[in-house]
Each structure stands twice: as structure tokens, then as C-alpha cells.
Design a protein around this ligand. Structure first.
Ligand code: MGD
Ligand code: MGD
Ligand code: SF4
Ligand code: MO
Length: 881
């Protein structure tokens, strides 16, 4: 059977075509008709099929560590919530949700808390993600409405990417951009990011500004445009307000030449960008976490939007300020009002009439009238004992919130922690009193909305894993037990969707731009057949709306957009003598967030196998730190240990760490542990791009590789460990800062009696293996720093039904384990390593096509193409040197 669905990862929202067979097999490909991707998929989307097994899933409900039936678990959830509410009031409970829930799940959670329990303590991981953009749009346009669509990026003459590594994080959109640029050589791309990234490969100009200085840069642009007379005066006059104040502000700044000094850029580079912007009526500014995750993220967004309003570049083909969303349903969460300072369907707490409207629509007995706690203050309220019960759904805050060690402690001390997840073991689920198994992607059924406001269906393809249930069902069951049965009698997602659509149109009178009331009558069949469609969807525009504000009318009371006077400010976390390094954090190409799902596909783990710290080579030299050595970052909040990678694309003094690693995969790799919980005063978004820390070498006295068939049940007791899933086994890299006195003893304690072993205490050598019924179970290799292990070869040994004598000998001799490895995997689809590519380049390959021809790299999903280009450039440079 052929079905269509939507990718569960990033906000591009690619469509997939899925063939299912009778025995539960699936084959996936890009949906050639889906308007987000037209058949393309990135490396994560292509590997979805490898993440669908039962391994690691949460199969049944658990209460206080014991398996329970759904009846018992749901009774427990509602009893504990009810008891807390009775004793301490509705604000003593909270939900913490996620942009990875479906719109229907999100709607039910929001309705239950805000309409029936009577608290607005519903926040979501979108607080960490998009809340600055939301607040920026609201201030400027009157509503949280992204004006653009993906086609605008292809139509633009200038695309400015600010704080976005789209090549890795929105890969299919990036591929659309690169193709458009290849077809239209006049198109220019500017990347504004303190570090050079894979995205920079496409840039005509890279502005590696000082982190946190984007406002100065865009205020400088505003000034330049006015000074050069490159503004759209008619548009400014008819459709905006606030010009005078904004202009006075930027004038003041420009007089001091702040852009150059604040951004630490030379004036020629700045002027080049400013002139291109002045010359290109068709400009799209695409912005993401480098803008949002800041203590002045909302001002960042408005500094960008100001320049678009000044030039009338909004609501027109190929023009607009475009915040791209991260999660598959970040936008859906914004529609239902999943943030603590929103009510529902783009209605807020600042208007009594809207509170009244929502209350009547829901027939809500107990509507919340005040905003609730945002994510970071919510954790503080738990710490104080003010919030006593929290239900976490579809997010892993012990990893993703700033000051994450403190989050873990706060949850551990919270009376009732309920966690709904599809995965059994996460850093957050370890703090749970009640664990509820949720349906995962491929099982759940509903809608999501992508970055361009396009609503698509995610469809159930496979039967539920174990006893897993849809999140909306779990919530509705609890609502019924709390006595709200009538309002939560949903039997299927379509009923919820219809209600959500109806609310968007209820007493709307054209005031609220989020209006999908034309979908409020869908029957089951129509819902199942729903084609991707962009909101608003109303009687006036039943086919949806690709672009907003084409008529220059905004959603403010007088219909005019607002320019805001925004002044530059520094990040709140500032380096000092003790913490001289600036810590930037973000994503890598092949992993999704806390890796609960992408880590199930072993090929996706080979691009970056361990937590790392990227550093400029000159900084490393100065600190006498070697590439590939372990190092430690620490500050008042926490610590992080990772392997050093040299990156000339970083600014001196800046380090980059990935956001993905956590306690499931390493000893100390949560980047959130380094971040102070400081937030933007308007949006509440944490400043996750600008921590500060001290950097120290890890005084390594020994290292070892431990291969095991299944992940260890208890963490290895060593100073450093990191687990890399391979195809047939798991590789633990181990290291210590104290000499290991007795390897045989350590090995016996950790792994049991070895079947084979070989030790030479004098040379510090120890190798041991556990074999059961002929099959390799584990292998421990203590290695010196010169030795390189080839994990692929060892991994193959785990696949064998039985090891012969020669293989056993070879395992212990360590020789084959050391075959020259292929280096870090660059092309995940065909597992092609960096060394193989470098060898092909030095042998004469001089284009991506030729590399593809020789090694196959880059010929499937194309996610690695920017890195292939980088390696080709390095090769060309070294040839010409
Ligand atoms: N592979 C992969 N893709 C993903 C995700 C994933 O986990 N993995 N997650 C998804 C989600 S939820 C999101 S929100 C998006 C995020 O997508 P992006 O925003 O592209 O992701 P990040 O890597 O967090 O940060 C983007 C860039 O901001 C830069 N930056 C840091 N400080 C500053 C600054 O002061 N100014 C400017 N201009 N730039 C700065 C960083 O150097 C970084 O390159 O990705 C989505 N896509
Ligand atoms: N240092 C640092 N921290 C960051 C960031 C950063 O750049 N730097 N980025 C921030 C951003 S933008 C984001 S979006 C967050 C992301 O951070 P999180 O939301 O914490 O990360 P995920 O790993 O996506 O967590 C999703 C969880 O939901 C589960 N899940 C998946 N599908 C479902 C479902 O249908 N139902 C249920 N109940 N559970 C499900 C997954 O197994 C997983 O445990 O991290 C933020 N934190
Ligand atoms: S770009 Fe990749 S991760 Fe994002 S939706 Fe498309 S296939 Fe999924
Ligand atoms: Mo995000």
C-alpha cells in the first residue's frame, strides 16, 4: 500500500511517500508532489526507516518504577494532579510540551490546562527555540505571522542567512536555495554567523561578526539605507509607524560607527553587504537560532524586520523577513497557543474579550486569565516547591534547558513528575515518577505545520509499539478522570482538528490572521485526504494563502506595521578572567536534538562519534592543546568533556559545542550544563548561544575501547566515556586521568570473567574478550595514544555466528583492529570517510560529481555536498601552495 506522510524532524516539513507491505515492512522516499521538498529528503529523513524498530521504546506505563495497566497509570496521574490542585491550587501543576507533538495533541493539552484546570502553566520547548521570533513578529506585525514561503527564497536576488546553519539544519530548503542560485548566477547569498559553517560554502559574503552584535549590524544597515535614500517612502508612510523613533536610535548609533566596532568587522565588508541589500528589492532574510537564542533575541528580530519594513520588502514575491522554524510542529504549537503567555488560536491574555471568547467556545468552567510560567521560571518554581507536579510531553528538558544539572536536581526533588515519551530511557525519564508510552512517528496520526505555515498530515503507517497510545488520547483520558469528560470526549484526531479549526474562526471577524475555519467541517475522509495547505484557509481563500500582507495591511489595530527603536546590548553571559572562553552551542548534520531517535540509525552516528569542542587552531596552539585530545570546559553551572576539533572558521576565543550529547551517550556532554539560565526579558528565550567557561586539558593517563553487544546497564566508572552505536555493537571510548592500577580487576568488575585475555603490565597493555557460545559479546582494548582502532572491523566480528580460532587470535593481537581507518564519515548514506575523500582529491578528483563517480559520496541525499566542496577547496589550496 502507498501512503503519504510528513517527516518528524525539522521545520522544512518534507513529505514522504511510504510503501508498506503485509509483514510490516516499510520503504520510504521523498514525496515528489509535496510542495516543501518535491521528492528530496536529507540524510535524517532518508534514514527514518532505520529508526523504527522496537529497540529502546517505552512499551508500557510505569508508576514508581513498576509496570502498570493504562487504567492504573491514568488513575494515578489524575489522582496525583487532583490532589495537588486541591491542596495547593491550579498553579501548583504545569505541563511542559513540545513542538514535536501533533497539533491535535497540543490543542488538547492546552485546552485542559488553560480552560479546565485553570492555570496557564503550559509552556513548551518552543520557548528555547522560536519565542523570540514570535515576540518580534507580534511587536512589528501585530500577530505571530511568518509572511513568506519557500518559493520566496528561490525568487530572491539576495538571500541573507542570519544565525542559521541551514545546510545542516534545514537541508532540503538549503538545497532548494543552492539550486536556485546555480540557475540564477545573479543571485547573492550572505551568511551572518560568527563561525564559518557548511552553509558558508554557498555564501558570496560571510560576515563573521562578534557573537551577539546583530543589532548593531542591522541598525547600521537601516542607517545606510536612509542615508543613501534607498527606502520605500510610500510604503513607510502608508503602511508603517515608528520610523522617527527607529531612525533617531540608529542615527545615534551610526554617529559612533558602532557597527564596525561592535561587530568587529571591517567597513568594506559591511558596506558590501549594505550595498547589496540596497540594490536588491527582492531580499529574503532568513533567520534562526543565532538570532533567537539571545538575551536580546526579540530586539534582534525587530532590527531585521525594521530593515524590511523600511524598504517595503514584505508581502511580495521574493521578499520578507523569514524566521524558519526548527521543529516539525513548532508552528502548530504557536497556532494552538502552546506558550504560557498565549491563550489559544492567536488569542492572548492581554484582552479580556478574547479570554471571554475562548471561555465560551470551550464552555470552560475555569479559564486561566493570566499568563503562566515560562520554561526557565517554571524550573525555578519547581525548585522552590511552588509547582509540585509537572507533566512533560515530547521533550527532554534535562538535556535541552540551560543549567541542565540544576534542571535534573529540580525534577528529582519535585513531588510528581509525569513523562510521556516514545523512548524508555532519557535523561528526563530517569527523573519520572510516572512514565507513559506515547505513539511515535509512523504510528501517530494528525497534522503538523511547517515554517511556511503549511499544514500537512502525519499519518499512522504502523501499528502501535507495545501498549503505546496517542498523546491526545492519554490527555483526554486524564481529563475525563478529572471530571471534564464532556469537553474531552474525542474519539479520533479529526474531531480535535475540527474543533481547533472552528475556534480559529470563532468570533474572528478578520481580526485574527490565524484562521483555518474553512477546514472546520472536514469529515474523516477529507481529513485523511487533506493536501498540504498554507493558512489562513477561509471561505475567502479556501485554497490557502501562500504569502501574507500582500496588501500592506498588518494585524495591528490601525493596520500599520511597527518599526521599533532597538538599541544594541551585549550578551548577559560575559567572559571574565576565570571564564575567558565564549561558548557557542548548536547542531550537527546527522543528529536530532537529544538523539533519542537518530542514534538508532548507526550510520548517522559516524559523522561525529563523540562529544566535541571546536576551537580555532591558533587558540589551541597557544593553550598547547592537541587536535583529538580530550578537554574539559567548566564554570559555575557545570562541566563538559569533549574531544578537540580544530576549526579555522571560528573566531579566536570562541568555542563551539554540540547540543546533542547527554547522559545516555557520554559522561559529561550536556552543553546545557554550561549555560546560565539567563533569558530575553520579553520572550523568555534562553541565551544558549553565548555561555562562558574555562578550558582545561583532560590529563589523560590511559585510554581504551570497549565494544559490547548491547548498551551497558550501568555507566562505566571512569573519568571519561562516550558511547557510539555501531551496526552490530556499541563502542565505548574510555579514558582516565589517574593511572589504572589493575586492568584485569577493572575488567572483571565491569564485564565479568574474560574468555580470552592478554596482558603486558609493563607496556600497559591489556586486551580481553568475552565470548558466549562462540559469539563475541564484548572486547576491551587498552590502547596507547598512537594506536588507531578500526571500529568497523571489530563491529563485523559481532555479526559472526561463531568466531574461529584465527579470528579470536586476531581480536587479541589487536592488529586487524588497527587497519587504517577511513576517518570521520562525511557521506552517511554510503559511509564514505574523510580520508578516502582526501585521497581521491589528492589523486586528482576536482569536483563533487567526480567524487560521486569514484566513491558514490554525495549522490543520494546530498546533505554532505557542502562538506565535499570544503574538502575540494582545501585540496585545491594545498595543490596551489
Ligand atoms: N541536523 C539537525 N537539524 C535540525 C535540528 C537538529 O537537532 N539537527 N533541530 C531543528 C531545530 S528544533 C532548530 S530550532 C533548527 C535550528 O537551526 P539553526 O538555527 O541553523 O541551528 P544552530 O546550529 O543552533 O544555530 C545556528 C547558527 O547560529 C550561529 N550563531 C551563534 N551566535 C550567533 C550570533 O550572535 N549571531 C549570529 N548571526 N549567529 C550566531 C551559530 O554559530 C550557528 O551556526 O534546526 C532544526 N534542524
Ligand atoms: N545548549 C543548547 N540547548 C538547546 C539548543 C541549543 O541550540 N543549544 N536548542 C534548543 C532548541 S531550538 C530546541 S527545539 C530544544 C530541543 O530539545 P528537546 O525537545 O528536549 O529535544 P528532543 O530530543 O527533540 O526531545 C524530544 C523528546 O520527545 C520524544 N518524542 C518524540 N516524539 C514524541 C511524541 O510523539 N510524543 C511524545 N510524548 N514524545 C515524543 C523523544 O523521544 C524525545 O525524548 O533544545 C533547546 N536546547
Ligand atoms: S530537511 Fe530533512 S529533516 Fe527536515 S523535514 Fe526534510 S527530510 Fe526531514
Ligand atoms: Mo528548536
Amino acid at each position: 500500500m502507498t501512503m503519504k506522510t510528513t517527516c518528524p524532524y525539522c521545520g522544512v516539513g518534507c513529505g514522504l511517500t511510504v510503501e508498506t507491505d503485509k509483514v510490516g515492512g516499510l520503504s520510504l522516499s521523498g514525496d515528489t508532489e509535496h510542495p516543501a521538498n518535491f521528492g528530496r529528503l536529507c540524510v535524517k529523513g532518508s534514514a527514518l526507516g532505520q529508526t523504527l524498530g522496537e529497540a529502546g521504546r517505552l512499551h508500557y506505563p510505569q508508576v514508581d518504577g513498576q509496570r502498570q495497566s493504562w487504567q492504573q497509570a491514568l488513575d494515578q496521574v489524575s489522582e496525583r494532579l487532583q490532589r495537588t490542585i486541591l491542596e495547593h491550587g491550579p498553579d501548583s501543576v504545569a505541563f511542559y510540551l513540545s513542538g514535536q507533538l501533533l497539533t491535535e495533541d497540543y490543542y488538547v493539552a492546552n485546552k485542559l490546562m488553560k480552560g479546565f484546570i485553570g492555570s496557564a502553566n503550559v509552556d513548551t520547548n518552543s520557548r528555547l527555540c522560536m519565542s523570540s521570533a514570535v515576540a518580534g513578529y507580534k511587536r512589528a506585525l501585530g500577530a505571530d505571522a511568518v509572511p513568506c514561503n519557500y518559493e520566496d527564497i528561490e525568487l530572491a536576488d539576495l538571500v541573507v542567512l542570519v544565525g542559521s546553519n541551514a545546510a545542516w539544519n534545514h537541508p532540503v530548503l538549503f538545497q532548494r536555495l543552492s539550486r536556485a542560485k546555480a540557475n540564477r548566477p545573479e543571485m547573492k547569498v550572505v551568511v551572518i554567523d560568527p563561525r564559518r559553517t557548511a552553509t558558508s560554502e554557498l555564501a558570496d559574503l560571510q560576515l563573521s561578526l562578534r557573537p551577539g552584535s546583530d543589532i548593531s549590524l542591522f541598525n547600521g544597515l537601516f542607517d545606510y539605507l536612509v542615508e543613501q535614500g534607498e527606502i520605500d517612502s510610500d510604503f513607510v508612510q502608508q503602511h508603517t509607524e515608528g520610523f522617527e523613533a527607529a531612525w533617531a536610535q540608529v542615527r545615534n548609533q551610526a554617529r559612533q560607527n558602532r557597527a564596525e566596532s561592535d561587530c568587529d568587522l571591517d567597513s568594506a565588508e559591511l558596506k558590501q553587504f549594505y550595498q547589496w541589500f540596497a540594490d536588491s528589492p527582492k531580499t529574503v532574510t532568513l533567520f534562526s537560532q543565532g538570532v533567537n537564542q539571545s538575551s536580546h533575541g526579540v530586539d534582534n528580530a525587530n532590527a531585521i524586520i525594521n530593515c524590511h519594513l523600511l524598504t517595503g520588502r514584505i508581502g511580495k514575491p521574493g521578499a520578507g523577513p523569514f524566521s524558519i522554524t526548527g521543529q516539525p510542529n513548532a508552528m502548530g504549537g504557536r497556532e494552538v497557543g502552546g506558550l504560557a503567555n498565549q491563550l489559544a488560536a492567536h488569542m492572548g491574555f492581554d484582552r479580556a474579550d478574547q479570554i471571554n471568547t475562548v471561555a465560551r467556545f470551550w464552555k470552560a468552567p475555569n479559564i486561566a486569565t493570566q499568563p503562566g510560567l515560562m520554561a526557565v521560571p517554571l524550573i525555578e518554581a519547581i525548585e522552590r516547591g511552588q509547582v509540585k507536579a509537572i507533566w512533560i510531553m515530547g521533550t527532554n528538558p534535562v538535556v535541552s534547558l540551560p543549567d541542565s544539572d540544576r534542571v535534573a536536581r529540580a525534577l528529582a526533588g519535585c513531588e510528581t513528575v509525569i513523562v510521556s515519551d516514545c523512548v524508555a530511557d532519557t535523561d528526563t525519564s530517569r527523573t519520572a515518577d510516572i512514565l507513559l508510552p506515547a505513539l511515535g512517528w509512523s504510528e501517530k496520526d494528525g497534522t503538523v505545520t511547517n515554517s511556511e505555515r503549511r499544514i500537512s498530515r502525519q499519518r499512522g503507517l504502523l501499528p502501535p509499539c507495545g501498549e503505546a497510545k496517542p498523546d491526545w488520547w492519554i490527555l483526554s483520558q486524564v481529563a475525563q478522570r478529572l471530571g471534564y469528560g464532556k469537553a474531552f470526549a474525542y474519539q479520533s484526531p479529526v474531531e480535535i482538528f475540527r474543533e481547533h479549526a472552528a475556534l480559529s474562526g470563532f468570533e474572528n471577524r478578520g481580526e485574527r490572521i490565524f484562521d483555518i475555519s474553512a477546514l472546520a467541517q472536514l469529515d474523516q475522509q477529507q481529513y485523511d485526504a487533506l493536501q498540504p495547505i498554507q493558512w489562513p484557509v477561509t471561505a475567502a481563500c479556501p485554497e490557502g494563502t501562500p504569502r501574507l500582507f500582500a496588501d500592506g495591511r498588518f494585524v495591528t489595530p490601525n493596520g500599520k506595521a511597527r518599526m521599533l527603536a532597538v538599541s544594541p546590548s551585549k550578551p548577559k553571559q560575559q567572559p571574565d578572567k576565570q571564564h575567558p572562553w565564549i561558548i557557542n552551542s548548536g547542531r550537527i548534520r546527522d543528529q536530532w536534538h537529544t538523539m533519542t531517535r537518530t542514534a538508532l540509525a548507526a550510520p548517522l552516528f559516524q559523522h561525529r562519534q563523540e562529544p566535541f569542542i571546536e576551537i580555532h587552531p591558533d587558540d589551541a596552539k597557544q593553550q598547547q592543546l592537541a587536535e583529538g585530545a580530550l578537554a574539559r570546559l567548566h564554570n559555575a553551572q557545570g562541566r563538559f568533556v569533549g574531544r578537540l576539533r580544530f576549526d579555522e572558521g571560528l573566531r579566536r576565543g570562541n568555542l563551539f559545542v554540540p547540543m546533542h550529547w547527554n547522559q545516555q551517550f557520554c559522561s559529561q556532554g550536556r552543553s546545557g550544563a554550561l549555560m546560565a539560565p539567563v533569558t530575553d526579558p520579553l520572550s523568555g528565550q534562553p541565551e544558549s548561544k553565548h555561555g562562558v567557561a574555562a578550558l582545561q586539558p583532560f590529563e589523560q593517563r590511559w585510554q581504551a575501547c570497549l565494544f559490547v553487544r548491547e548498551p551497558l546497564e550501568t555507566e562505566p566508572e571512569v573519568d571519561y566515556w562516550a558511547r557510539t552505536p555501531l551496526v552490530h555493537s556499541q563502542l565505548y571510548r574510555l579514558a582516565g586521568e589517574q593511572a589504572m592500577a589493575d586492568w584485569p580487576r577493572w575488567c572483571r568488575q565491569a564485564m565479568g570473567q574474560p574468555t580470552l585475555w592478554l596482558a603486558d603490565a609493563q607496556q600497559g597493555q591489556f586486551r580481553a574478550a568475552g565470548i558466549q557460545q562462540g559469539q563475541l559479546q564484548w572486547l576491551l582494548l587498552v590502547i596507547d595514544s598512537e594506536q588507531r582502532i578500526d571500529p568497523d572491523w571489530v563491529d563485523q566480528m559481532f555479526a559472526l555466528a561463531s568466531l574461529d580460532r584465527q579470528q579470536r587470535r586476531r581480536l587479541l593481537s589487536g592488529r586487524d583492529c588497527q587497519a587504517e581507518p577511513k576517518g570521520a564519515v562525511v557521506c552517511s548514506c554510503f559511509q564514505v570517510g574523510q580520508r578516502q575523500i582526501e585521497a581521491a582529491v589528492s589523486a586528482g578528483a576536482d569536483s563533487v560529481e567526480q567524487l560521486g563517480h569514484e566513491l558514490r559520496c554525495g549522490t543520494n541525499c546530498g546533505s554532505c555536498v557542502p562538506e565535499l566542496q570544503q574538502l575540494l577547496e582545501v585540496g585545491a589550496l594545498s595543490r596551489s601552495a
